[in-house]
Design a protein around this ligand. Structure first.
Ligand SMILES: C[S@@+](CC[C@H](N)C(=O)[O-])C[C@H]1O[C@@H](n2cnc3c(N)ncnc32)[C@H](O)[C@@H]1O
Length: 241
C-alpha cells in the first residue's frame, strides 16, 4: 500500500514520497519530537550538535534578522529564541503540522514569525536576513531541489551575513558507517538523498550559487563531530569581487 499517496499534492513530491512518515503524519510527529528519539536518530550526537549550533548562532544572530530554514524536532528553536530575545526568529516550512509544533514550543509565541513556504522558492526579499540556520535539511533534498534551496539562501542572506549549517559531513571515507556496506545500505534506505549530498563540495556549490547575486562565500569556522560524520560550519557572505 502506497501510504505516501495520501500526503501528495501540497508539498514537493520527494517530501511526500520519502518523508511523509517523519514529518507529515500527525500520528508520528509527536513521537519524533522527543530528544531521546532525535538523539538515537543522530547516534547520540543531538545534544552536542545542538549546543555547537547554538554557540555559532548566538555569536552572530543578535546583530540582525535571523531565519531558521525549516522546522526541526526537539528544543533547538526555543533555545535559539532565548538567544535572540528581544528580536523575533523567522522560521519557514512547507508542512503545516511542523509549523504548529514549532509554534507550540515557542516562548513567547509572538516572537516566532512562522510562515509556510517552499524553501526552493522563498517569498522573502533579497538580502532580508543577516543570519540563516539550516539544521539537517540539505541531505534530505534531491540534488536539484538542494541547488534551488541553496540559491535562495544566497539570495535572501545579505552581504556580511552568516549561514550556519549543521549536517552530515562530506563523504566520511574512514568512518565505520561508511566503510561497512551493511551500515551504508541501511543509511541509504533511510536517507535516499544522502549519497549525492556526501559527495558535494558545499563551499564550491555556495560560491557558484552566490555569484549571480554579486556575492561571495568564505568559511569562517568548521568543526566535525562523531569521528567526522557530522559537521557544524559557519559561512560568511561578502560582496562579490
Ligand atoms: C529540517 S529537516 C530535518 C530535520 C531533522 N530531521 C530534525 O528534525 O531534527 C525537516 C523539515 O524540513 C521541511 N522541508 C523539507 N523540504 C522542504 C521544502 N522544500 N520547503 C520547506 N520545508 C521543507 C520538512 O517539512 C521538515 O519539517
Amino acid at each position: 500500500m502506497a501510504f505516501y499517496r495520501y500526503f501528495e499534492g501540497e508539498v514537493p513530491s520527494y517530501l511526500s514520497r520519502h518523508f511523509w512518515w517523519a514529518y507529515m503524519w500527525r500520528g508520528l510527529t509527536w513521537f519524533f519530537d522527543h530528544p531521546v528519539i532525535i538523539s538515537s536518530i543522530l547516534f547520540g550526537q543531538y545534544k552536542t550538535l545542538k549546543r555547537a549550533t547554538i554557540e555559532r548562532v548566538a555569536r552572530v544572530a543578535p546583530k540582525g534578522r535571523m531565519l531558521q530554514l525549516t522546522c526541526v524536532y526537539g528544543r533547538l528553536t526555543p533555545r535559539i529564541m532565548e538567544h535572540l530575545d528581544p528580536q523575533p526568529l523567522h522560521i519557514t516550512d512547507i508542512v503545516p503540522v511542523q509549523l504548529e509544533l514549532a509554534k507550540d514550543k515557542a516562548f513567547p509565541p509572538e516572537k516566532l514569525l512562522a510562515t509556510r513556504m517552499n524553501a526552493e522558492n522563498l517569498a522573502y526579499q533579497d538580502n532580508s536576513f543577516s543570519t540563516l540556520l539550516i539544521f539537517f535539511l540539505l541531505h534530505e533534498l534531491p540534488p536539484d531541489a538542494r541547488r534551488k534551496v541553496l540559491g535562495e539562501c544566497m539570495r535572501v542572506l545579505s552581504p556580511g551575513g552568516t549561514l550556519v549549517l549543521t549536517e552530515y559531513a562530506q563523504l566520511p571515507r574512514q568512518h565505520i558507517f561508511y566503510r561497512s556496506p551493511v551500515a551504508r545500505r541501511i543509511l541509504y534506505r533511510a536517507e535516499p538523498f544522502l549519497e549525492p549530498f556526501w559527495k558535494e563540495d558545499m563551499l564550491q556549490s555556495l560560491q557558484q550559487l552566490a555569484e549571480p547575486f554579486g556575492k561571495s562565500v568564505e568559511t569562517v569556522s568548521h568543526q566535525e563531530y562523531f569521528g567526522g560524520f557530522y559537521r557544524v560550519t559557519e559561512y560568511r557572505l561578502t560582496e562579490g569581487i
